[in-house]
Design a protein around this ligand. Structure first.
Ligand code: A3P
Length: 307
């Protein structure tokens, strides 16, 4: 939504992101047991990172008072790889820090621009997307809150007009979603495609699905001992947003972001408080056109609130 975006390999980025992605494409060497959490920004990345970390690392870190998710922000535990190997301040490539395996990474890079080694190895990808009405508003609010120190934020109407042309960080969002969607159909063992709204509706079902997909299924014993419920509780919005690290902590090197901005309302349908009827009509048309023939649809309101 910021004015300073450039088109690179069919998607919009800031110039430092382009440098980072370039470096990542040329240098990142994936391992077979790597796991990648991919998304359009503001689609539920923080939540999915927390769940993935809690699920995959549960042998090392059983749910307890010392769990890493209680002291670290999920973006620190599951870092975006394009920035792990690239230091914005030095314009230099870094050695990947020694990370315990399986290594967990996050990314907003579209499927078509992922490093080749990710596609060629057995690295697994879990993708989360969210209805574009909520994603757009979540992004607009986020950018307005964190960016004024760095860049001027745009008024809603102007940001929306750009959004409808696909101009938003890592956009066009529909192409981003469709890229991973197609891959999840072509290679269901490689890409698991999730929706934020589905996760909210039935988180137990989806946590089991994630665990199985990643090769870390829950045992009967774990199921009866409440391990799944404990993971869900630990990663819940209500719990995470009240943690000291997420209330007062910050992350990033050059560009410092306060962790609290990753936890806002976590609702389905907050967009109704921002969209005018003409905006609804315009975005609905775009979505209909872009997703036609894909079998993909998105729920725009909370099942509990729908009339
Ligand atoms: P809202 O701005 O609509 O509240 P991302 O993690 O991709 O940046 O997405 C941020 C969105 O996910 C925000 O939506 C945020 O409130 C919501 N969110 C953050 N943590 C969550 C959690 N544990 N469970 C559900 N939603 C969460």
């Amino acid at each position: 939504i910021t004015p300073y975006l450039h088109l690179f390999q069919g998607f919009w980025y800031s110039s430092s992101e382009i440098q980072a992605i370039n470096t990542f494409q040329n240098h990142f060497q994936a391992k077979d047991n790597d796991i990648v959490v991919a998304s359009v920004p503001k689609s539920g990345t923080t939540w999915l990172k927390a769940l993935t970390f809690a699920i995959v690392k549960r042998q090392h870190f059983p749910i307890s008072e010392n769990h890493p998710l209680l002291v670290f922000n999920p973006h620190e535990l599951v870092p975006p790889f394009e920035f792990v190997i690239y230091d914005e301040t030095n314009w230099q490539v870094h050695e990947l820090p020694k990370m315990p395996e399986p290594r967990l990474f996050g990314t907003h890079v579209p499927f078509s621009s992922l490093a080749k080694s990710i596609k060629e190895t057995n690295t697994k990808i879990i993708y989360i997307c969210r209805n574009l009405f909520d994603t757009f508003i979540s992004t607009w609010v986020f950018v307005n809150r964190i960016m004024p120190e760095f860049l001027p934020a745009l008024p809603l109407e102007e940001a929306f007009e750009r959004y409808c042309k696909g101009i938003i960080g890592f956009g066009p969002s529909w192409n981003h979603i469709l890229g991973y969607w197609r891959e999840s159909i072509a290679r269901p063992d490689k890409v698991l495609f999730l929706k934020y709204e589905d996760l909210k509706d039935d988180v137990v079902f989806n946590v089991k699905k994630i665990a199985e997909f990643l090769g870390y299924p829950f045992t009967k014993e774990e199921e009866s001992n409440g391990v799944i419920e404990n993971i869900i509780k630990l990663c819940s919005f209500e719990n995470m947003k009240e943690l000291m690290v997420n209330k007062c902590g910050t992350m990033g090197k050059g560009r410092i972001v306060e962790n609290k901005y990753f936890f806002r309302k976590a609702e389905i349908g907050d967009w109704v408080n921002y969209f005018s009827p003409s905006m609804v009509e315009k975005l609905s048309k775009i979505i209909e056109e872009k997703f036609s023939g894909s079998d993909l649809s998105f729920r725009l309101c909370d099942l509990n609130n729908s009339t």
